[in-house]
Design a protein around this ligand. Structure first.
Ligand code: SAM
Ligand code: SF4
Length: 321
């Protein structure tokens, strides 16, 4: 599938739930969240019908996201089933890691091709403050388990919050030294509660790292499916990556669409665009589904407009990141 700017669309980010066991301050309010009813969330069968049809049209890569995907009881079974779909080459997962220790082995057995674990700080008190309820020990146990069972392509994602100190940046980067974990710093995006939150730029993070670990050497190859740019540090096994949608816009290479947990197709993270696929999925109406998908992809915007307008009114947990 190609959009009107000749970009090949072969990657779908699929949110399997809008629920989460954390409440990160830049992503979800402390209280008052109104979650989708079970009947509103795409079922196992809806998802498989959708991905089978998308794979027939050239989708090759699937990222499972949320909310927190590991709060959905059938997520591992879903991953196993998606791995069986002809044409799907890579299935990856992004998680907050809270329940990972219980699932790492099963995810490996299901054939997961890559795992992103979100960790914004290695200070347990600060972690609790950011996530409001999270226990960092559980996440680190999950990360260690993922390494131990041999899950491939493990990445740690850290949102570059304004409060992130240079010491904290260097401490998190160390995760990439001891084992082949890649650590990526994600620019804070003005979406949902992220609007108005202060963030650090890629250049500020690089400077902090360079002062302690020496020069960051650009790594020219692609790692995984995403838009990150990577750097090597001497004596580090993993790479240091940056995903900077504002400072280093990568829309020209955008290859993705998003599906929310209730079956809305979004062609841009920021835009209030797309369409509701739920009816076509529930009735398994292939013609209706593909007509909706093709029309939406033709309208995929050339780039986000973070700085010019308000964009989507949804929270990040309702989109999937
Ligand atoms: N719960 C899972 C997790 O935390 O990895 C998956 C969903 S979460 C919405 C996906 C990613 O989006 C996380 O790495 C999170 O830190 C990031 N995120 C949430 N709000 C953001 C924002 N405003 N700017 C940048 N990244 C954000
Ligand atoms: Fe939950 Fe992930 Fe949002 Fe944090 S960033 S509240 S873990 S969905």
């Amino acid at each position: 599938m190609k959009d009107s700017f000749n970009r090949e669309i072969d990657y779908v980010r699929l949110s399997v739930t809008d629920r989460c066991d954390l409440r990160c301050t830049y992503c979800m309010p402390a209280t008052g969240m109104r979650f989708l009813k079970k009947t509103e969330v795409l079922s196992f069968d809806n998802i498989l019908f959708l991905l089978n049809r998308l794979a027939e049209q050239g989708i090759k890569k699937v990222k499972i996201t949320g909310g927190e995907p590991l709060t959905r009881p059938d997520t591992v079974a879903l991953i196993r089933a998606i791995k069986e779909i002809s044409g799907i080459e890579k299935v990856t997962l992004t998680t907050n890691g809270i329940q990972l220790v219980n699932y790492a082995q099963a995810l490996k057995a299901a054939g997961l091709d890559g795992l992103n674990v979100s960790i914004d700080t290695l200070d347990p008190d600060e972690f609790r403050e950011i996530t409001r309820v999270g226990d960092l020990k559980k996440v680190l146990a999950g990360l260690n388990k993922a390494v131990e069972v041999g899950l491939p392509n493990i990445k740690v994602n850290t949102v570059a919050r304004g409060e992130l100190t240079n010491e904290a940046i260097c401490e998190i980067a160390l995760l990439a030294k001891a084992s082949k974990i890649h650590v990526r710093f994600i620019e804070l995006m003005p979406i949902g509660l992220g609007k108005g939150c202060p963030g650090k730029t890629q250049e500020e993070v690089i400077l902090a790292l360079q002062q302690v670990y020496g020069e960051l050497i650009p790594f020219e190859h692609r790692l995984g499916n995403g838009p990150a740019s990577y750097f090597s540090l001497e004596n580090f096994q993993g790479k240091i990556g940056f995903i900077s949608a504002l400072g280093h816009c990568f829309c020209a290479e955008c290859d993705r669409i998003r599906i929310t947990a209730d079956g809305c197709l979004k062609t841009c993270l920021h835009m209030d665009d797309g369409c509701d696929l739920k009816e076509a999925l529930q009735t398994e109406n292939k013609e209706q589904l593909l007509a909706q998908v093709f029309t939406a992809i033709q309208k995929k915007p050339e780039k986000h407009h973070f700085l010019e307008n308000q964009g989507d009114s949804r929270l990040m947990s309702q989109i999937g990141g």
